[in-house]
Design a protein around this ligand. Sequence first.
Ligand code: PLZ
Length: 452
Amino acid sequence: MDIAQERRLVTEIPGPKSRRLLERRQAALPRGVFYTHPIFVEAAAGAIVRDVDGNSLIDLGAGLAVLNTGNAAPAVVEAIREQLDRFTHTCIHVTMSEPYLELAERLNALVPGDVPRKTMFTNSGAEAVENAVKIARYSTKRPAVVVFDHAFHGRTLLAMTMTAKVMPYKQGFLSSAPDVYRLPFAYPYRCPTGGATPEECAASCAAYAIGEMEKHIGPDNIACLVVEPIQGEGGFVVPAPGFLPRLAEYCRDRGILFVADEVQTGMGRTGRWFGIEHEAVVPDLVTTAKSLAGGLPLGGVTGRADVMESVHVGGIGGTFGGNPLACAAALAVLDTIERDGLLARAERIGVLMRDRLLDMAERFPLIGEVRGRGAMVAMELVEDRETKAPAKAATTRLLEEACRQGVILLKAGTYDNVVRLLPPLTIDEGLLSDGLDVLEKALATVEEESEA
Ligand code: PLZ
């Protein structure tokens, strides 16, 4: 669909049609399935989402990190259409399809490290994480899984257990999966071990984490360490430099598999295919989902061939994993990233966003820190730069205000005080700049309100 790449408001937000749908939603859907913005979508293209009232909003959320190649990317839509005309499903366990195979070959070649790789597909990120752990346990014959503070790995039982934040993800769900251990993450802005510099933070967190593994878990019991190269839901926390390489080195020495959860950082978001490439760490296993299939549900586990091959025939899989439509879409996503130079675009728009946010930080004391890599950029809002008290209410207000002015933003963070920017990598620079102007005005409004 041809949608002009410009912000245009024709009603207040939410408009009357969205409001009516919202009422139906309250009656028909459980509140547990939360929403960020009170609008329903009619159509979307590129970096514009048009709501049912005809408002065009700038998409700086990309459907929660799913649309790196943009809303309804033409090549992706075309690939889905072509596949749709042939067949929509076989189930890999019944008869096989070529898109599954070809996509596996492409990912095997793309995942960093000069080692033979194999790939299996799933329906979601959580399911990819669950399978990575199953495979790691099978191959190492060890039970324990190490994860980190602020981590998000999904909402299924094991993935939920691996996720850090209790509210809203774990509160009330009572039971959790066994053998999951959580260790501190080198979050330089709030270093849990009191490191005064990023280097100190990395060294002291790594030393603490390694000490825990040595003394309390026992390296011989640990199957894998699962980590996001940049924490996504946790607030776009870029690990202090040296933290991940030190952990990777420890894992290698102790036969612990290093799993990079690239569900949010993957597919070019950080300016490289995978976020872990910035750390010069070669992961044993990599999980993907979100932007992999440009909007269709698909997850993947790509790993060292010997590890992936350890599981007996029939040990892993599922009915829909690697659905042919989703795999065809993913092949078009990879082609689009290559053809349109989207890794370089991610770098470029990342610089634009970071520069603008750093400039705003000079004028708005609400901004405690600006951080990120490539086009994965965020600002952490605080009530006071000295105490770093999280500005949770201001964050919620900022998102509300920006949406009312036609910009879709997302929040994140253990303290709900991080505003993250995740535009499609294809976004027009003028449109991005307009979106950032709106963000700046919204910041001014929110600061005024909090001073009043
Ligand atoms: N691993 C690193 O970011 C999903 C979740 C939205 P699924 N993050 C967005 C929400 O509120 O549930 C995520 C992630 C990382 C795994 C997952 C899980 O991916 O496809 O949502 O299962």
